[in-house]
Design a protein around this ligand. Sequence first.
Ligand code: GCB
Length: 604
Amino acid sequence: MRTHLTVLALVAICAPVEAQTPIRIVNVEARRTTSLNGKWRAIVDPYENGYYDFRLQPSKDGYFLDAKPKDKSDLVEYDFDTSGQLDVPGDWNTQRESLFFYEGTVWYRKTFDYPSRPGTRLFLYFGAANYEAMVYLNGEKLGSHTGGYTPFAFEITGKTREKGNSVVVKVDDKRHREDVPTVNTDWWNYGGLTRGVSLVEVPETFVEDYFVQLKKGSTDTIAGWVKLNGVRARQQVAIRIPEAGVSASVSTDANGYAALSIPAKLTLWSPENPKLYDVAIAAETDTVSERIGFRTIETKGTDILLNGKSVFLRGVSIHEEAPFRTGRAYSLEDARTLLGWAKEMGCNFVRLAHYPHNENMVREADRLGLMVWSETPVYWTILWENPETFANASNQLAESIARDKNRASIVLWSVANETPVGEARTAFLKKLAAQVRALDSTRLVTAALLHHNDGGAAEGTTDLLDDPLGADLDVLGCNEYLGWYDGLPDKADHIDYKTIYSKPLIMSEFGADALYGLHGDPLTRWSEEYQENVYRHQVGMLKRIPNLRGTSPWVLMDFRSPRRALADIQDFFNRKGLVSVRGDKKKAFYVMQEFYQAKQQEYQ
Ligand code: GCB
């Protein structure tokens, strides 16, 4: 053990291996994986003593070495083996009372055995770590990742031993002004390894990624690409959809890449019939299969067309907050509960705010027939002029599209939420919108914008959406809080809602706080009756907006937020949920249900 550790320390000090850029492996659940979920040892390190020495220089013998004293006199001031444990996946804030408000560094450690098999490659995959993760294997730094809501992986082929491997991850969720999101959000900054961790074993040359969707505007041609990773870049790759009688073959080039264009007769995916096909991507050295749905989504004038037919997006906004237990949601069961409530409300659409949710959510939405608005965490006032902030936002957006681009449920990529109109901000967001179109031309681009009250003669009666970003979007999103932050519930009765763009509008937020079980008259704040009153007047106004093609009220379920301090009412929860964290439906839930029943009839 002693020699071994010395060797490890020497490797770390003398021959630092270039840290890797994280790789994006898609559809991990279809690969040969070994779960590293469960109990991890954890050291809470508010001063980052495991990383910096007393001169604040990166330490050469930090906690990442996972060291033990060499003899009884040796000084090692940490010990993972005797430290407490945290569950992975899971945020730390809701696992230990002492970590409830903690924002900083926690070191996670897991040991594992792995008999590696010849002819294979191995990756260490993280579903998400909030916010910054530095990953070490057996004392060697593999790389780091920034951004709390997207997956990443590092190759560890040839770096494991049969017994006693140590993975150490430094997870740091301190907030910084230049980050994405920035210091100020209206949700809890849950830290930790919030989604699953696994070892992914693949053949030496493997199917790294693929895009298999209908060609934009076509219902009978599949278009996209496949990408192999490994030495045998040039291969024949078959794309098979047995149920649809599709079997086509392409040849990859020296980069392992091939474009696809395959004629196919398919039953199209829709909320009424969420048809998914078994699709196999079969290279000579590797095969990956996945359930994929096919549909088209486009706009025409002020209409949103799903498979060529005008639809109204009957939605609700959702945070990734776990029903019943609270904390960050991650499981299939969480997804089923949240999306089940949305279905019960009559939804055919959900807005997954304000960051990419876990993969269970979008896969379950595929199966349930719920269209999805997926959002990147460009929220409120980030540093628009900082190139690193842009690079970070752009990377998180790319990672989210990489993971979810084969989900039929996703119809909208949102590039921002409630950002302040200004030159630098609009330039920033236009670049993100262009990036979405370059990566995925098959879906629509949106953002949740804000209106302003149109002054002059019409003051007080017209709310106008004229954000210049609207010109770059396919679908306008708008958040408004008439009746809550903006006047009393009946204010909505006197408002004409206008947009300067002749495009479909989704009212992406509106709502009011109510503590479940708190009753009062319709003008008593925080009561279910007040919330219901806001919704009734909202619905009246919404019906008068000619280009309205969707709504996603704020929000499905109450969620934790440090900004919400009102004792006995909020207790650090935003109470705008239409259901409580225990699943109790508030009165306003039924107002939306009724509205959606009518919309369903109208758009049959
Ligand atoms: C908003 C934000 C959302 C907040 C909500 C509120 O406009 O987009 O993140 O939680 O208002 O409740 O104030």
